[in-house]
Design a protein around this ligand. Structure first.
Ligand code: PLP
Length: 388
């Protein structure tokens, strides 16, 4: 499969057929597996065979999903988990020890932020944040205890793009593990492993499912690191259900088509919105006005499905805009076939102080839109009527 193109891998990298010769891989709803002999069971537990043991460890459906993700990201190994947060927590908890230090971009997913600021200090794991628009500043934050450099690109919800080649060079020179949350881009638009990332994480809940149905997460990357993460997960239990893995494997078959359309619709809408008199700015990686446009063009195949804009009227205008939307729904989710709007200042980021929000690029009037797969004119019409 390694010699096949992305589209073919996403469709053809299936689990092997059972004796029923099914064309589409079936769902394996079983908590455990049996062995013909005690010797076979011993070999499985001794890692001398690849036999399935128990679905908290692996299962044919989770295996298929993980193998496909490894191919699509160009990674050596992978492990799935119940959600994106399970993937992030399991990775960090498996790789870090008390006394270690993490450097992360400051505009990072809210729950990841809470792990760094609220829970890790309990175990004496400290962190520093760097501003995503100044990746050169990372070097000044490195201490002898720094083990992981963690980032998202594009960032949520500021839509900053971080130069993967540059941060990878910083990580290598300073012996840090580079961990990238690739949720917004998906492997179709950007493959961080190619730039030297050691670990790539996804919330499969978003574009990988793409249809707002199931939660899931996946970690791919260097074999030795993934093994440690897998062993930690297999003991602590944040496993992906076979059903969700089955859904996600099928979803991957249409990832390239969906991402093409998400990108086409989002760029069209970003261009039409730019310069609107009610807006302070429009931000989308493939708009020429984006401060990181050149980096985005270098490392991404398309600009993705998320754009933001800031209403001149501030906080109240932000809420009013949301209420005026007709087809587009108010929801915290993203990466769905359906277009979704979020007003971070009154919802996902309401617990941050105004200074903290401004520090990560969230103005009071900021609206994040996850552009769906509906007709782009219908999406635009709804945004325009709400703006007016
Ligand atoms: C949603 C999201 C997560 C968390 O994923 P869940 O599947 O909701 O646990 C992590 N990172 C990013 C960038 C996300 O958008």
């Amino acid at each position: 499969m390694k010699d096949k193109s992305f589209e073919s891998q996403a469709i053809r990298a299936q689990a092997e057929r059972s004796h029923n010769n099914e064309h589409s891989v079936p769902l394996y709803l079983t908590s455990s597996f049996i062995f013909d002999t005690a010797e076979e069971m011993r070999a499985a537990f001794a890692d001398e065979s690849e036999a399935f043991i128990y679905s908290r460890y692996t299962n044919p459906n989770t295996d298929e999903f993980v193998n496909k993700m490894c191919l699509l990201e160009g990674a050596e190994a992978g492990v799935s988990s119940a959600s994106g947060m399970a993937a992030i927590y399991t990775t960090l908890a498996a790789l870090l020890s008390s006394g270690d230090h993490v450097i992360s971009c400051s505009s990072v997913f809210g729950a990841t932020h809470t792990i760094f600021t609220k829970y890790f200090p309990k175990w004496n794991i400290n962190h520093s944040y760097f501003n995503a628009s100044e990746p050169e500043s990372i070097t000044s934050l490195i201490t002898p205890q720094t083990k992981i450099l963690y980032l998202e690109t594009p960032t949520n919800p500021a839509i900053e793009v971080i130069d993967l080649e540059l941060v990878s060079k910083i990580a290598k020179e300073n012996n840090l593990l580079l961990v990238v949350d690739n949720c917004f881009a998906t492997p179709y638009l950007q493959q961080p492993v190619k730039y030297g990332a050691d670990i790539v994480i996804h919330s499969a809940t978003k574009y990988i499912d793409g249809q707002g149905r199931v939660l899931g997460g996946v970690v791919v990357g260097k074999k030795e690191l993934v093994k440690e993460i897998y062993l930690f997960g297999r003991i602590t239990g944040p496993s992906l259900s076979p059903f969700n893995a089955w859904v996600l494997s099928k979803s991957l078959e249409t990832l390239s088509l969906r991402m093409e359309r998400h990108c086409e619709n989002a760029l069209y809408i970003a261009e039409k919105l730019e310069g609107h008199t009610a807006l302070e700015f429009v931000k989308y990686p493939f708009l020429k006005s984006h401060p990181n446009y050149d980096v985005a063009k270098k490392q991404m195949k398309g600009g993705g499905g998320i754009l933001t804009f800031s209403l001149k009227g501030g906080y109240e205008s932000g809420k009013l805009f949301m209420d005026k939307l007709q087809m587009i729904k108010i929801s915290p989710n993203l990466g769905d076939t359906r277009t979704i709007a979020t007003h971070p200042a009154s919802s996902t980021h309401c617990k941050l102080s105004i200074e903290e929000r401004n520090g990560v690029g969230i103005t009071d009037g900021l609206i994040r839109i996850s552009i769906g797969l509906e007709n782009k004119e219908d999406i635009l019409k709804d945004i325009f009527q709400a703006l007016n």
